[in-house]
Design a binder for this molecule. Sequence first.
Ligand SMILES: Cc1cc2nc3c(=O)[nH]c(=O)nc-3n(C[C@H](O)[C@H](O)[C@H](O)COP(=O)(O)OP(=O)(O)OC[C@H]3O[C@@H](n4cnc5c(N)ncnc54)[C@H](O)[C@@H]3O)c2cc1C
Length: 351
Amino acid sequence: MQTEYIIVGQGICGTFLSYYLTKKGIQHIIIDESKPQTASKVASGVINPITGRRLVRTWMIEEVMPFAVAAYRELEKELNCNLIRQTNIIDFHTTPQMKLAFDERLPQEQEYLSVVDNQQQFDKYFNYYFGAGEINPCWLIDINILMSEWRKKLTTENTLSDEYFSVENLEIHELGVTYKNINAKKIIFCDGVSGTDNPWFKLLPYAPNKGEVLIVEIDDLPRNNIYKTNLSIVPWKENLFWVGSTYEWKFEHPNPTDIFREKTEILLNQWLKVPFKVINHLSSVRPANIERRPFVGFHPLHPQIGILNGMGTKGCSLAPYFANEFVEHLTDNTNINPSVDIKRFAKILSK
Ligand SMILES: Cc1cc2nc3c(=O)[nH]c(=O)nc-3n(C[C@H](O)[C@H](O)[C@H](O)COP(=O)(O)OP(=O)(O)OC[C@H]3O[C@@H](n4cnc5c(N)ncnc54)[C@H](O)[C@@H]3O)c2cc1C
């Protein structure tokens, strides 16, 4: 079988790469082993323009957020499903200092920070003592629907192979690659945190970061906001909410732990005034890295082998933008943003 590109992995990166290749009419095949708890499947799907205790804008948000919003809307039409809705964050301040920090940033950051209209509306749902502010606009993406709908399309077109990709079976030639019976010009790895074991890219400065989540039922809570304090409560599938998450740089295994569940239930009991019921407990590992910038481009010694990875905590906003940039590079030889181009690691990768 002959194709132009093999993509390994159909998380959010592989899905968007496949989408932009499809838009340009470029043949490709995805190899993805369907696993229940990948980073993309466990992610809450929030695009939040403001981060951290200092309430600063996230990197490139002015470019990546509008691009992502347009991309998800385009895909909604293409796949005939709902993928994105504006869902602002109500940020309940955890201390008087955090309230002060918010109030001080408010006049400087009017594009994304605002006061909450009718804050008393939240009094019947939450215990909070230092007020709340709003981050607006934020967006909520249904990544699971996106990936499953795109997978259906690939399956119908016979361009998805649901299997484990094993590097031993990849042959690299001067002008391309062969994987089992598939010949392609290039292979692009969108393998998420498995990239840390990838023989061509494992020397990139990955810093995997684990996140655990509870999926809970909260019958009485309105679903038109994301609620944030030390935890976030995010509308999830059907009538459920996603509650999380941890950001662990040191962890023994990627699986859910009792300690997270116990701690989170205690925090939820303190924060919520309405009853909740835990339905599920998920966990996965973010493909983060010490630079907090994606990995995009081709291996310096093997131009047939590429990568789109390293999205860290921001796959929902970064993946659409940089998948498109990568495909434009492939078709029109445009430049990849030097901050994400893996050329910056040429020395390390050439070892
Ligand atoms: C708890 C949690 C909450 C998060 N919340 C958000 C959020 O709200 N907003 C946001 O923007 N980001 C969030 N993220 C981060 C986001 O999930 C990641 O940035 C993004 O999902 C990474 O996507 P990916 O496609 O690179 O990797 P993945 O989603 O891990 O996809 C990789 C795919 O490759 C497949 N694969 C790997 N190796 C092989 C192989 N050898 N053979 C076959 N298949 C293979 C895997 O099975 C998987 O399907 C969150 C992450 C976590 C863990």
